[in-house]
Design a binder for this molecule. Structure first.
Ligand SMILES: *Cc1c(COP(=O)(O)O)cnc(C)c1O
Length: 363
């Protein structure tokens, strides 16, 4: 019998979450963002889940190629752009679009242009503006010049104007509210032709007034919240359920401790369940005692330190629980956001960290 841990991926829920993203972005086209192996769900599964998307967006060249090999015919966008001149040939070979965010990329394009134009290659590119995130992109002041330079390159087809929000989940951010990023974008893009690509999940969910020709939802398609509460509040459905079983039970006396470091001490007599799931499966080691866990569908709490292959839960009020009882770590019945918040992280990180040793099924 295999170790009882299992991740169940709900492809139908991905479809429904995408439909919700589209419904919240009337008139806009939607990229289904599936970087990091579809946020840990598996590239091919995410491709099927987002079959209705207008395009797929990711970071990794190898996975972009895989999407073509799997038969994806619609656009593919490399959100982090290309990393060297040789990538342009891969983009040409597999019909990949990419973000352009720095002068070096313009130079590579200019150098390759004569050869690529001769082969009738035309790249659809996404010129990225840095509107305050200070990660990738041209400043608003440098944007028009970058646009002019890009437009003049023979192997360039369409140019979409793109930026990324730092705080779309926090409207009143004291330092950089979304309104300020939009103002900078409008200023830098004023008078320039091209479609606009703005919103991530937070933009789609919280700023429906925003005019974006393309939206780029990621986390919401996986039933995760982009920040703050839990995604079910938006009508999103979980797409990854991580389950395991109780593989051991200990009855301990008051004052006895549980796990490494003996960090958790029982206040009274206690029944402790041992679950076959640890940080080597992707469960966050930093999750503190009190983090919610479901046993046989009933909510209880993590106790003691998470170890590599096991974690421990409080079964004191669950007398019916025993060896083989089903445990849900997150997913259907327990929003991943709740576990993430308790562990001081975000649902994104938990999904992406699902370990390869965890068997995956669809359901
Ligand atoms: C990852 C990513 C997204 C999706 O963000 P979510 O918060 O997951 O919706 C959108 N745009 C860019 C450029 C990204 O890198």
């Amino acid at each position: 019998m295999p170790r009882p841990i299992l991740a169940t991926i709900h492809v139908d829920s991905m479809k429904q979450n995408l439909a919700l993203a589209k419904a919240k972005s009337p008139g806009a086209r939607a990229w289904g963002v599936l970087k990091a192996n579809g946020y840990g769900h598996g590239l091919e599964r995410a491709m099927r889940g987002f079959a209705d998307a207008d395009g797929l967006a990711l970071i990794e060249f190898d996975n972009a190629i895989k999407l073509r090999e799997l038969g994806w015919k619609k656009p593919i966008l490399l959100l982090e752009g290309f990393f060297g001149p040789a990538d342009l040939h891969t983009m040409a070979g597999y019909d990949l679009q990419a973000a352009v965010h720095c002068n070096e990329q313009l130079e590579w394009l200019e150098a390759a242009a004569p050869q690529l134009a001769e082969r009738r290659i035309r790249f659809d590119l996404h010129l990225k503006m840095n509107t305050g995130m200070n990660r990738l992109g041209f400043t608003p002041d440098a944007f028009a010049a970058a646009h002019a330079r890009l437009s003049a390159i023979a192997c360039v087809g369409s140019i979409t104007l793109m930026t990324h929000f730092a705080n779309a989940d926090d409207i009143d951010h004291p330092l950089l509210p979304i309104g300020e990023q939009i103002r900078r974008f409008e200023q830098g893009a004023a008078g320039l032709p091209g479609l606009r690509s703005l919103s991530n999940s937070a933009g789609v969910l919280l700023h429906q007034d925003l005019k974006s020709d393309w939206v780029r939802p990621g986390i919401m398609l996986y039933g995760g919240s982009p920040g703050g509460g839990t995604a079910d509040a938006f009508g999103l459905q979980p797409t990854m359920t991580l389950t395991s079983e109780i593989i051991g039970v200990q009855d301990i006396a008051a004052g006895e401790a549980v796990g490494y470091g003996s960090r958790f001490q029982a206040e009274g007599p206690m029944r402790v369940g041992v679950v076959a799931c640890g940080y080597a499966d992707g469960y966050p080691r930093v999750a503190p005692a009190g983090t919610p866990v479901l046993v046989d569908g009933v909510r209880t709490r993590l106790v003691g330190r998470v170890s590599m292959d096991m974690l421990t839960v409080d079964l004191t009020d669950l007398p019916q629980a025993r060896l083989g009882s089903k445990v849900t770590l997150w997913g259907q019945g327990l929003p991943i956001d709740e576990v993430a918040i308790s562990a001081g992280t975000i649902g994104y990180e938990l999904m992406c960290a699902l370990a390869t040793r965890v068997p995956v099924v669809e359901g």
